[in-house]
Ligand binder design. Sequence first.
Ligand code: SF4
Ligand code: SF4
Length: 260
Amino acid sequence: MAKYRILLLRRGVQLGILLLYFGANAWGWEVLSGTLSSSKVFGVIPLADPLAVAQMFFAGIVVAADLAVGAMLVFFFYFFAGGRAFCSWVCPMNMVSEAALFVRRRVFKNRTWDIRISKKSRFGMLALALLLSFVTATTAFELISPIAVLTRSVVFGAGFALAIVAAIFVLDTFFVKNGWCGHLCPLGALYSLIGKYNYVRIFYDKQKCSECMECKSVCPEPHSLSPVAKESGVLKSGDCTLCGKCVENCGDKALGYVIK
Ligand code: SF4
Ligand code: SF4
């Protein structure tokens, strides 16, 4: 159990956030109301998804002041804390992608029909999301975003749109390892740009490393661990989700969190 303390902490944060949203809708709690797209803390402090607000801007929709402030607050939080920390500590789709990874490895033993997609495709998806908003004058990606769909389903009740989430589970399990989060998600792409220079990082100590490469086998973004077996230092990739899988699976304690 102690080995998975970071995983348990992440699940606690992810589920706790969903519970607060659900509680706000069902029982009138005021700690955190709304959805991940736009919410209020204690009914006062606005928070907003920067990509949703960017889509509104490109769609020509007037962005209300509290939404703009909310997007700025979220932007600066992840700018310092690590952009893709959103992915492994907050986004509910992370639970879907990690469940698919588990099924892929443990049930199907990686006997799947893998197709290759470039990890850079997500930046194309980000550009496409903004372009579609501009062309259609709607927040195009927001309407079909699995993140928004899953959050809305938990808070307001499940609908047919959950099929999008199921399709991603199938994609990740059978066709592309970490397909959505690691290759296609435009929000993950935006957060990897936001977190490029963040302060919370993973540190690697070559002196302690026996080069078993267990860290790379569990990492959802293995290229983030490029310094492993080469040189000590902080991982620089903005793609690192700060999930801590490498930390909790390293038997040599050669990896850990650090504030640079
Ligand atoms: S990549 Fe996208 S869907 Fe996946 S955890 Fe990050 S924001 Fe959520
Ligand atoms: S380097 Fe470690 S913390 Fe970063 S994504 Fe990979 S496993 Fe997670």
